[in-house]
Structure formats: C-alpha cells, structure tokens
Design a protein around this ligand. Structure first.
Ligand code: ADE
Length: 252
C-alpha cells in the first residue's frame, strides 16, 4: 500500500519511522511518503492560508495550493460508472467535523491501494477541495479521531496511519493478535491480560488463568469482556447482534 501524507509540519510524522509501521516501511510492505505542503506554494513567503470569506476568526487553507499538491499525488480518478474499480487515491481528511474514525474505517482504508492524507491547520481547508476531488470520482473520507479539537490533522493522521498500517498483511507478526483485540470482530472490549509473576504487590493473577483448563479460561475471558463492555461501553453492547451472544453470555 502507498500512503502520502501532506502537511506543513512534516516533522510531526517522524514517529512513523518507529515500531511496526517503521519496519513495514523499511521492508517495503508500506510505501509511506510525507510531503511539505509549502513545496506547492508559488510566492516568496510560501503562503498556504488566507482570511475566511464571510469573516470570523482564524485563517483558512487555500484551495489552489492544496489543488496543486493533490493533483500531483492523487493519480487519475476512476473512469466509468460507480462500479468501476477506483484507479486513483482515496483522499483522507482528518477534521473534528468528520465522521468518528473507528476500526471499521481502518479496515476499509486498509483495503485501498493508495491513500492521500491531507492535514489541515488553522480553521481547516477551503471546502471546495473535498468537493472537487469527490466530484472527480475519488473516494473521500473526512474523519475525526474524537470529540475534541486538536491544532491540526497531523496527530490524527498518525493515529489513522498506525491503525491502518497494522492491518496490512505481514505488519503484525501474529495475525491472531488482530482477531481478539478490542473493537475487533467480536464487538466487545478485550478481556484483562496478565503475565509473570503470578503474585505481585499483593495482587494475584486470577486462579482460572493458572488452571490450564482451556475451556474455563475461554469462558472467563468472554465473561470479563462482556462485563467490561457493559460497564465502560454500553453503546457497544447495545449495538451487538443478539445472534452473537450465546446462552451463557446472557447470564453475565
Ligand atoms: N483536527 C483537529 N481536531 C481533529 C480531530 N479531533 N480529529 C481529526 N482531525 C482533527
């Protein structure tokens, strides 16, 4: 997969050299390129923003600068009807006014060949930019990482690239880690985990985990996941398909 990130602060993305995503870049599983938006400016001051039409506080990022950058990076949009396989990139715009980014978005984006992530700053990017690439036939996702406001899209881009990158085949060593985790297919938060030593600071690992009884361990983990989800994320429990709950689940 190729991911291009466009930002006025390329150094923010340096963390993507580390850990599993960094390794995926070095081994060629992920072709990740970070670009400075100012490379597409044409004036001496390398200006990327201007005052908002209609007045108000702050500055808005100019569509002409973004347009030059994205025309260079997005590739040709798909031709033909909506059934046509998209040939160009999927544009991702982190913004607090987007849909809330979830594991489902990460899974969908991980299926794309090419993502371009456009990091806005100030009051955001002129709205015509998203409109233009959507009208041209590119998939466009405006996504928020949560109900709070950051100073720009860079931290959200880090979040999204990591969430997507770890789903690419070969990036996470043990694919089973992806199956059991919170927000995974089960629709539940993950159960609590323990390692050695079995007794620490007066706290013992639950006996069942030391029992060697696989069936009892599985049941205990499922009960813990259900209880935790009910307590912390009742919205997730309510959204579960009744068919995924077994008789023992209903007793928890
Ligand atoms: N830019 C500023 N705040 C953001 C948020 N919560 N999510 C995504 N992008 C943002």
């Amino acid at each position: 997969m190729r991911i291009d990130v466009v930002t006025i602060f390329p150094d923010y993305l340096a963390a993507l050299d580390l850990s599993l995503v960094g390794k995926a870049r070095r081994t060629g599983l992920l072709d990740l390129r970070v670009h400075d938006l100012r490379d597409w400016t044409t004036d001496r001051h390398r200006t990327v923003d201007d005052t908002p039409f209609g007045g108000g506080a702050g500055m808005v990022m100019r569509p002409d600068v973004w347009g030059r950058a994205l025309d260079d990076l997005m590739g040709e949009p798909p031709v033909g009807g909506p059934d046509e396989v998209p040939a160009g990139a999927h544009l991702v715009v982190p913004t607090p006014s987007g849909e809330v980014f979830t594991q489902r978005h990460a899974e969908r984006l991980a299926g794309a060949d090419h993502l371009v992530v456009a990091c806005g700053r100030y009051e955001g990017i002129d709205a015509r930019v998203v409109e233009h690439y959507r009208a041209a036939g590119h998939p466009v996702s405006e996504l928020s990482i949560g109900d709070y406001v950051l100073n720009g899209g860079e931290v959200a881009a880090l979040v999204m690239v990591e969430a997507v990158g770890r789903l690419l085949p070969g990036v996470v060593g043990n694919p089973h880690s992806l199956v059991e985790e919170s927000h995974g297919a089960a629709g539940l938060l993950e159960y609590p985990v323990y390692t050695k030593p079995p007794a620490w600071a007066g706290h013992d690992v639950p006996d069942v985990l030391l029992s060697g009884h696989h069936g009892r361990v599985e049941r205990w983990r499922r009960d813990q996941a259900l209880e935790r989800t009910a307590r912390r994320r009742p919205d997730m429990l309510a959204a579960l398909e009744p068919a995924v709950l077994d008789r023992r689940d209903r007793e928890v």
